[in-house]
Design a protein around this ligand. Sequence first.
Ligand SMILES: [Zn+2]
Ligand SMILES: [Zn+2]
Length: 655
Amino acid sequence: MTANVFEESTLTLSAWIARGKGDRASAKFEFEQEGGSETVEAAELELGGKDGDKKKVSTQITLPKCKDDEDVYTLSYKVTCGGVEYPGNDFKVWLKTAKFKAVDSEGAALKGVPLTFNQTGDKLYVTDSAGECPLPINATAPAKITVRSPCSVDEWTTEVGRLREATVTKKEYKAVVVDPALEDNAEDTPLRQYTNLKVDATAPRQGSKITVTIGGMTDTECIPGIPGDPIYVKLEWDKDAVSKRNDPKRALIIDGSTVEPNDEGVAEGEMKFDDKGEASFEVELGQAGGDIVKIHTGITSATEDSTLHVQNWRRLWYQLTVPKGTDEPSLDRMTAALDEVFVEYIQEGDTVEVPEDDGPAGSWFDGAWIGEDGKKLLNVGDHNKTHFHGKFDDAKTPHMVHVMCCHTQYDTGGAGTQVDFLDVEVTKDTKDKWSDGSDVIGFKKKVGRGFFPKSLKDGGSSLISGSWESDDGSESGDIEDEHLHIADSHFTLKLPDEAVTYLGDDATKKVKVDISVFKAKGPYLGEADGTKKYLQLIVIRLSENVSNDVAAHELGHTMKQVPQAAGGKPPGMGTVTHGREYTGNGHQGGHCADGMASGDYNGGAGAGTYAGNFKGKKECTCIMYGENGEGSTCTGKFCDRCKPFIKGQALDTLH
Ligand SMILES: [Zn+2]
Ligand SMILES: [Zn+2]
């Protein structure tokens, strides 16, 4: 049996001497050795303790060191007593300490040579200023070192033993970004980092901080850096182009210490490769869309070894819900506009269809009412939108929008939906055409858009109340649905028979009619819900451009546009002026009058014909202008005044 032991170990060797021999007084240990710096001497020892008819003999030896030029030697022993030999163990005795020395071609000590050692796996060791590196021997086994790139062995002077030496060549190498990968991240196609999304270990391109890992690179291969070698980092933002948003602040973060960019947009730092030849640092990119940082690294302070280009983007998702049978709108024009403010707008899940007749009574109406004979159309407004927004699966919360498409958007909740016609006088000669073309005693009135044969509120009667009374007060009665014909935003009222009978043939007799009807408010083109702006209604019975512009406009509101006061602006942008922002003037919410002359705009109040009224101004072409219907002059883009404010929004939640 062979045991492996380190040099200089102390061993206790023993043997049991059997009966018949045990009456001898002593036994002799004899050694046989191949190698080793000294010889173990034989020893004659007295027999000791007894066990039955056996007696024990023991000795202690300290193993000699290996010779300087050997890794291992062998040792064996035997015990002789009374002419009988008792064989002992064999030992392999291994070096316990050794070191490696690197010299250059001139024979001078070479510092910073990386090497691995077979007993310690991939761990890197580096020669010191004397060119030396102790070998971390931890096993009684062969000890072998491998010099690593960018260094290579030209010639071994001694490859075994206590002092190993080689002539080594050290090549130059670079400190380059290895993660994120540099491929495909050129200056004109920077890496997109989605700064509005939560940090997620499984989705490394999320969050406003990016971790950059550095490795070494020779002219032929990627290598670990040399532990202790310096790495220089330089971040460059275009000081004139970056957002004025200042929270969180852009910065270089090395080992938890932060360097903000100077007035030129530059932040610099220095670090070292760790004992695995790795290094990493963080960059706080800020949360403004479109900002680009160039991340330069190098093994020298010139930082010319690699450059990573990173640009801040934001990602938002939407669910598209459409009335059954309706083609989903193409949102290409809108997504192109969002591209310019560094927002990716992505449909999540399949388009959801609302089945016909789904929803509260009155939601679906006869298309003939608005000139689309043979169709059933869906109206969604403040009174029934909760039902339809119930179809929203907010799978990407809080970054997801419900785009609820409808054929019309009339609101029927709230005040201002009753239209009264009071004391309308009718004589036997007050006549109008009934639905069948016949003349009837009665009258026709225009109520306006939102007035339909049935109420959009609940599908019931559009007649709220109606009554008539004779001029002498002797007779009266109710106006019922049958007395009204409603079409094209008008109603024709024919007098009830009793009233006609009262008028008879007497042209001087009169009846007075009071009538109140229901008229929904609108039509609107879309909305972002007042308190939950991620819930939108978009009318799609429009040209594609208008649908897109409405959808983009409402998303603009969802993204808190157009800010009116410092408090509504992104942090750091309180004093940045928009110049054409306004509220009111015939529109609801914060809007943009880009294109309007300064005098007409008048600080947002309007002057002359513009005073308090910005409606219908063809020179206003921004998506965030307050109106957007057919014939709109909207360019389909957010204007240059609006862009910085949209880019400056964090968009880390739409909730
Ligand atoms: Zn608006
Ligand atoms: Zn604008």
